[in-house]
Design a binder for this molecule. Structure first.
Ligand code: ZN
Ligand code: ZN
Length: 418
């Protein structure tokens, strides 16, 4: 009897392993295998598909491992939207090698540096790397004009007056302009963008001062919700319903704020539970909203902090969850949400151009001088500086012009005055 049983078990084991072997893909020492990561620009986006890429998931103090808040949404209709552009995130965007003409729409949830600190980088760097059209920004107003997005963008432009004055007249200047669309932070689920089948709405958030908002984006029956920072609020609970992907802040757990950030317990409790959303509160929010997939960001995700955040979320939420880190990718269709990490290049140069660069327009400098109030004749070298040019390099530089003229078969005149 014993023998019979062991024979039967043997047969079962053999047939079991045969089945397993059959369902396994063939492994070969020389053939390529399918890898489960996202390599930017290697996959088509289906006409009904949304792809979201985390380009910043960290904290106000940036570090090499995590930039601050930034989520890119790419749609199968060709539209791309950036939600928040926190410090360090422009670098992450550059790693995706997306032509900058496509990265022209930015929605800012609130004006903390960790949510718009990279705006100047994508404004100037993006133009330099091929954006030949104005950058478009949407953001809330505040309780006074100085606390609104239009003010922040105007002052940023003023801060970079020297930078821009040194470029105008020398380069295609079309990308060095910025359009601001400021809207009412109190508007509840108001449409702030509607085009090409995409609707973006804004609703108020509670964080630091009046002004912060959250956004929803709807397209082809898919819904993406992005919460910039907030204490859990009633508007989010109402307008983030029925979403596929809900991104909401989830702050560092209170004990880690004390242990790793050097906060006093009093500070940690206020910042970690009242100004921001604690992991337990994040879980509570998601357990009520029940999105198809919840995304927590805004904490330093390390080997010794992740479990703390996860355990605390899991006291109140047991649904689908991503603890976001930079370059996490979500491919969203009506039936499926696929989560992977992107593997990107760091040593990137300019991505392909969508629009051909033009020579500078004759009146670019004049227009800029008028707009920013910089005297036109101050936008160039003075005789003092011109007089300091070291003439000994003239000959070698003429050689570079000659080389270009020969290589390209047209004459490039060597500039005689500068
Ligand atoms: Zn904030
Ligand atoms: Zn923040």
């Amino acid at each position: 009897m014993k023998r019979l049983i062991s024979v039967l078990i043997g047969i079962l084991l053999i047939s079991g392993s045969a089945l397993a072997a059959e369902s396994q893909p063939k492994v070969s020492p020389v053939k390529a295998r399918v890898r489960d990561f996202y390599a930017p620009n290697s996959e088509n986006l289906a006409s009904d598909e949304m792809r979201v890429i985390a380009c910043g998931t960290g904290m106000p103090t940036t570090r090499a491992a995590q930039a601050a808040a930034c989520f890119l949404v790419e749609l199968g209709n060709g539209d791309k939207f950036i939600f928040d552009i926190g410090s360090g995130s422009a670098e992450r965007l550059s790693s995706l090698q997306i032509p900058y003409d496509y990265l022209d729409k930015i929605f800012i949830g609130h004006l903390h540096a960790d949510h718009f600190g990279s705006l100047a980088e994508i404004f100037i760097g993006g133009a330099l790397m091929g954006r030949q059209k104005p950058l478009r920004v949407w953001g809330p107003n505040g309780r006074s004009p100085e606390l609104g997005t239009a003010y922040a963008v105007q002052k940023m432009k003023e801060m970079y007056t020297w930078d821009l004055a040194g470029r105008v007249g020398l380069v295609d200047f079309r990308g060095y302009s910025i359009e601001v669309n400021e809207f009412d932070y109190k508007a509840e689920n108001a449409i702030i963008y509607e085009d090409n089948g995409v609707t973006i709405r804004s609703f108020p958030a509670i964080h630091a001062l009046d002004g912060p908002v959250s956004f929803s984006l709807e397209w082809k029956g898919l819904k993406f919700v992005f919460g910039s920072d907030t204490y859990p609020n009633k508007w989010f609970m109402e307008y983030a319903k029925d979403a596929d992907l809900v991104v909401h802040e989830c702050f560092v757990a209170v004990p880690d704020l004390v242990k790793k950030m050097g906060f006093t317990p009093e500070q940690a409790l206020v910042v970690g539970t009242q100004i921001h959303t604690a992991p337990e509160a994040f879980g509570k929010v998601m357990s009520m909203l029940k999105p198809k997939h919840a995304v927590a960001y805004h904490f330093f995700k390390d080997f010794d902090t992740t479990a703390e955040v996860n355990d605390r979320i899991r006291t109140t939420y047991d649904g689908p969850l991503s603890l976001a880190e930079d370059f996490m990718v979500w491919n969203i269709t009506k039936d499926d949400i696929r989560v992977r990490m992107a593997v990107v290049e760091e040593r990137t140069w300019a991505p392909p151009l969508v629009t051909k660069p033009e020579l500078p327009q004759k009146d670019d400098s004049e227009k800029y001088s008028k707009e920013m109030g910089v005297p036109n004749d101050a936008m160039g070298y003075s005789d003092f500086i011109k007089g300091g040019r070291w003439g000994e390099v003239d000959e070698v530089l003429r050689g570079v012009y000659k080389e270009a003229s020969e290589a390209l078969g047209r004459k490039f005149e060597y500039p005689t005055t500068n």
